[in-house]
Design a protein around this ligand. Structure first.
Ligand code: FDA
Length: 394
């Protein structure tokens, strides 16, 4: 005999749990199925263990999608303030780190505990370590789910199994296969918020810089971010690189301006006037880490005294520091990507409910949908918001 529910949610991640809570609070009987041993594994490791659970500035402009308008409705109906109210009602201490990014003071586990407590009080059944073997529509309406733990039926099926990022943590791309099973269109998936790699030659030149971080403005076409860049032994990382990686495509160039708030040319001229006997490297080291100053000064062949360098040479050095073109060779891929770009094409979903327009009772939410946020709490806000609106409708 199949266990019968009003709603079955596949995936006990951020989006799935939020959806289950909302549907349960509406009096719907809800079952959440997950193959993992614990709910919310990605929440646990997020934000360096403190979970950057939302961003107070989150709005549609912070998301990438083939349809930039799609996220508007859900984001408006469940805002960062709404999530914060839930956090505060559970007495979880939080702080704003930077740029509107809200983190737990203590541990990301507080957020998981909050969500599992909420599910329990909303009467939601949670079954972990459960493999999903088959999904079939039932004639006359509803869905039958065959699992390693039995067969279940429900009028509504919500797919919240996330994307492909971090396969080591159980990411499977399962949602895309379900979408294909139901004949739904997909936007090509690719890793997002991911470190970028460099070709061996450039990597060798930059090897001495490994471990150095610097504030930068990083640009790809019209998109720019001001955050920190980190040189690593594999290439480039840090928040600035993760942000731009979601916009970057194979073969594209990005432009890096190191210390964007400083006019390096003016600074170099002033240094020359103040002390003509110092080297350009020494002058640059006033604003850049020493090894970085050395890299740029040597790269531009700036040896000798500043007094011997004309304005043109100083301009060239300033341009090397603040208009540095870099052509990454690739990305580190899903192994380390924080998110998956692309996914279930939003044209087939109702933006108010996340329900498939042509298939009653079937919903897709969270990361598996073609809506991807910037770094900084935006992706969880999308998971909460899309989960909430689906939970209102399922
Ligand atoms: P999520 O991946 O969370 O959940 C999917 C669930 O489905 C999982 O529990 C999984 O086990 C289950 N599942 C998958 N396949 C299945 C199958 N075949 N059968 C059964 N169950 C299956 N975002 C942010 O806003 N702030 C942050 O601080 C961070 N930090 C961060 C760090 C790291 C290292 C990563 C990898 C990611 C982040 N993110 C983030 C991104 C954020 O974690 C992500 O956007 C959300 O977890 C997406 O929520 P979902 O519920 O859609 O998927």
């Amino acid at each position: 005999m199949a266990g019968k529910y009003d709603v079955i949610v596949l995936g006990a991640g951020a989006a799935g749990m939020m959806c289950a809570i909302r549907a349960g609070r509406r009096g719907r009987s809800v079952l959440v199925l997950d193959h993992a041993a614990a709910p919310g594994d990605k929440i646990r490791i997020s934000g360096g263990g403190r979970c950057n659970f939302t961003n107070i500035h989150a709005g549609p402009k912070n998301f990438l999608s083939a349809n930039p308008h799609f996220a508007k409705s859900a984001l408006a109906r469940f805002s960062p303030k709404d999530f914060l109210a839930m956090v505060e009602s559970h007495g979880i201490a939080w702080h704003e780190k930077t740029l509107g990014q809200l983190f737990c003071d203590d541990s990301a586990k507080d957020i998981i505990r909050m969500l599992t407590d909420e599910m329990r009080s909303a009467g939601v059944d949670l079954r972990l370590r459960t493999e999903i073997n088959a999904i079939e529509p039932i004639a006359g309406g509803g869905y039958r789910i065959t699992t390693s733990g039995g067969t279940f039926e429900a009028a509504s099926l919500v797919v919240a199994t996330g994307g492909k990022s971090i396969p080591k943590m159980g990411a499977t791309g399962f949602a895309y296969r379900i979408a294909e099973q139901f004949g739904l269109p997909l936007i090509e998936t690719r890793p997002g918020l991911v470190p970028l790699t460099l070709d061996p030659q450039l990597l060798q030149r930059l090897a001495p810089l490994s471990g150095i971080a610097a504030p930068v403005e990083i640009r790809h076409g019209k998109t720019a971010f001001r955050e920190a860049l980190l040189f690593t032994h594999r290439g480039l990382s840090g928040p600035a690189i993760l942000q731009i990686s979601s916009y970057w495509r194979e073969g594209d160039e990005i432009t890096v301006a190191i210390e964007p708030d400083v006019d390096v040319f003016i600074m170099l001229k002033a240094a020359r006037q103040a002390n003509g006997r110092q080297s350009a490297q020494t002058a640059l080291a006033e604003i850049l880490p020493k090894r970085l100053a050395q890299h740029f000064a040597e790269g531009e062949g700036m040896s000798g005294n500043m007094a011997d360098q004309g304005d043109k040479r100083l301009q060239q050095l300033a341009a090397a520091v603040q208009a540095w073109p870099v052509k990454p060779s690739g990305s580190e891929g899903y192994r380390t990507a924080e998110v998956t770009l692309g996914g279930v094409d939003t044209t087939c979903l109702d933006s108010k409910t996340m329900q498939v327009k042509t298939i009653p009772g079937l919903f897709f939410i969270g990361e598996c949908v073609d809506v991807t946020g910037w770094l900084g709490g935006y992706n969880f806000q999308w998971a909460w918001a899309s989960g909430h609106v689906a939970g209102e409708a399922a």
